[in-house]
Design a protein around this ligand. Structure first.
Ligand code: CA
Ligand code: CA
Ligand code: CA
Length: 307
């Protein structure tokens, strides 16, 4: 069956994205849970398969803000819009204490198990909340930072908190973080201040059920089957006020409105109907994309012009 991939290239026809957007791998999920339950999910935001081994991609961890990243090469090919899940390699069911096995749900979600043995000076995957975590690619002078969590040479204590709110150090410790769908590229320079809430959504400790997929504006409708795409109309279009309606002959279950910079400006799930009236928050005039999901799980999109 012919599958349509609404990739960044398709978006770029209607929307203007910056050159670095939807061009590389991003860290899409960070799991720093109880015991040895640690995982990193990588998402290919680009339009082409990426071979991690060929590109010399590496994970890196800086222990407690010491400024020295311990690096670890990783391998695997990630298709556009797909993810790869790396988990700490602790799978001995008889293990206890520091050797306790990871949760069965996490083990089932992982594609690759890494770093089985802890060595203080060489243990990239043993992050526990206060360790800047990196994704790099290339070697030697060609090595570049692809993405990171945290801030280099900073020990935040237990974990990084939202600036000004010291009681929120759980953001990076005993927590699951999911990259917001509007993040289209990695953080390629250590931030002056790391505010985890800017690019991440926080889920409770020991949440493993969002590993294995990622929702990103770079590939919102991956896997849409052309044969069964349903039509819908947006009216009026263009609009001069932040209000419009969406109509379809088929039941719609959710919609999302994305700005030209890839920002999700409005989204709603669990609707069920063939007519939706939408009110946008205060947004700038420009070109927007309205993506609708139908009851059969398929998607379609329409361009909306706001003058
Ligand atoms: Ca640490
Ligand atoms: Ca932990
Ligand atoms: Ca995920």
């Amino acid at each position: 069956m012919k599958t349509i991939l609404l990739t960044s290239a398709a978006f770029a026809l209607a929307l203007s994205l910056s050159a670095q957007d939807c061009g590389d791998i991003i860290i899409s999920e960070y799991v720093e849970a109880s015991s040895n339950n640690k995982a990193i999910e990588l998402y290919n935001a680009s339009d082409a398969p990426i071979d991690l081994g060929l590109g010399n991609y590496q994970f890196g961890r800086e222990r407690n803000g010491n400024g020295i990243p311990m690096l670890m090469p990783i391998t695997g090919i990630i298709q556009p819009g797909d993810v790869r899940v790396f988990a700490l390699d602790k799978r001995n069911p008889d293990g206890t204490g520091l050797e306790a096995p990871i949760d069965a749900a996490l083990e089932a979600a992982a594609d690759t198990f890494v770093n089985p043995t802890y060595i203080e000076t060489n243990s990239p995957f043993y992050f526990n909340g206060d360790d800047a975590f990196y994704l790099t690619k290339g070697t030697g002078a060609q090595q570049t930072l692809v993405d990171m969590i945290g801030k280099t040479a900073e020990d935040p204590g237990g974990g990084w908190s939202v600036p000004g709110d010291p009681n929120t150090s759980w953001w990076t410790e005993d927590n699951t973080l999911i990259r917001k769908p509007s993040v289209l590229q990695g953080v390629t320079m250590s931030p002056v201040v790391f505010d985890p809430s800017l690019q991440w959504d926080s889920l409770p400790n020991n949440t493993f059920d969002s590993l294995g997929f990622h929702r990103c504006a770079c590939h919102l409708t991956i896997g849409v089957k052309e044969e069964i795409r349903s039509a819908f109309s947006v009216f009026p279009n263009p609009i001069s006020r932040g209000e419009f309606a969406v109509k379809s002959s088929k039941q719609m279950t959710s919609f999302v409105v994305i700005s030209g910079s890839g920002q999700v400006v409005r989204e709603r799930e669990f609707i069920n109907g063939s007519y939706i009236s939408v009110e946008l928050p205060e947004v700038a005039p420009g070109i927007y994309m309205v993506v609708v999901e139908f009851e059969d799980g398929t998607h379609n999109f329409q361009k909306l012009i706001y003058r």
